[in-house]
Design a protein around this ligand. Structure first.
Ligand code: MRU
Length: 316
């Protein structure tokens, strides 16, 4: 039980085009690194671990086509700046020869599923009884399978626990409405969609007993960069006395980054806010601020969950 959105065979990377979900399941084929970088930048593939896997295969395609590694590296790194998993994957490939690079990229892909299952297991053991609130898509679509935050919910469902996930629609790109709702429907995970502005009322009515989110980069001090709106949920969770969990693979931890203040935050095109499916919803020429991520300070986090287990402010 878990969708796979990334397929590779020598010379061809295929990606389930997440821009077109849930309306159609369309796969795009990438044969060169330029196309992979474009797919990452334009969000055909998204979610930190999935970006890392795609970038790894992009580097393989570059090597096979004789593109200098340094050029491929800078193309891929520039595609999306916040998810550190991308850099992690490229640094892992830096350590292997051209001959071994394809095997190493496949290993990055294959290992991700096991990593996520371990995150799911550790996370499920921590979650209080009751429903959970999440944001963005952190499921199989965002990873090599299973998922991180949504993977924890998937693990709870597999254990037969009576859990229901509330998914924030995740303005402006709507990963929650388009992707999480689709994935949950497909895979039998009970899910209710809410608009982002409904989270406070949901908590006040005690319809959820925890919040769980993924991460694009976790700084050495525990600050978390994740989808815009995550910080609001953390503040709301603290106000309503609900635990706020963050689930991510070790490859999301950036020990070179001392705090959230050092994490580069991607800003995305104004049209993501001023239009809906190409239809204008704001006056022409409207000025916009559209950061794709925000920083949740470590002191709002109840526990950080990885494949190695969980750590809490008390465990240090
Ligand atoms: O802009 P996106 O859709 O790539 O943002 C994704 C997120 O913010 C996820 O929460 C994060 O990458 C973790 S995915 C397992």
């Amino acid at each position: 039980m878990s969708i796979s959105a990334i397929r590779y065979r020598p010379g061809l990377l295929e990606l389930l085009d997440q821009r077109r979900l849930p309306r159609e399941e369309h796969w795009i084929g990438c044969v060169d690194v330029e196309h992979v970088a474009e797919a990452i930048r334009d969000m055909a593939v998204r979610g930190a671990p999935a970006i890392a896997i795609a970038a790894a295969y992009g580097m393989v395609l570059a090597v096979h086509r004789g593109v200098p590694r340094a050029r491929a590296r800078s193309l891929l790194l520039a595609a999306r700046p916040t998810a550190v998993n991308l850099r992690w994957a490229l640094e892992r490939l830096d350590k292997v020869s051209d001959k071994r690079i394809e095997a190493e990229a496949k290993a990055i892909h294959d290992e991700d599923l096991g990593t996520n299952r371990a995150i799911g297991m550790h996370g499920a053991s921590l979650m209080p009884p009751g429903n959970v609130l999440t944001i963005c898509n952190t499921g199989a679509l965002a990873t090599g399978g299973w998922g991180t935050a949504l993977g924890v919910v998937r693990s709870m469902v597999c254990q037969g626990r009576p859990v229901h996930v509330y998914a924030c629609e995740t303005r402006p790109y709507l990963q929650g409405a388009r992707l999480t709702a689709w994935e949950c429907q497909r895979e039998g995970i009970p899910c209710t969609l809410i608009a982002d502005g409904m989270a406070a009322a949901l908590m006040r009515e005690r319809r959820v007993s925890a919040v769980i989110v993924g991460a694009d980069r976790v700084a050495a001090n525990g600050d978390v960069a994740n989808k815009i709106g995550t910080y609001s949920l953390a503040v709301l969770a603290r106000f309503h006395d609900l635990p706020f969990f963050v689930a991510f693979p070790r490859s999301t931890l950036d020990l070179r980054c001392p705090s959230g203040a050092h994490i580069p935050i991607e800003e995305r095109p104004a049209e993501e806010l001023t239009t809906l499916r190409g239809v204008p919803i704001a006056p022409a020429g409207q000025r916009v601020w559209n950061p794709a991520f925000d920083i949740t300070p470590a002191d709002l986090v109840h526990a950080w969950i990885t494949e190695d287990g969980a750590w809490t402010p008390e465990s240090g």
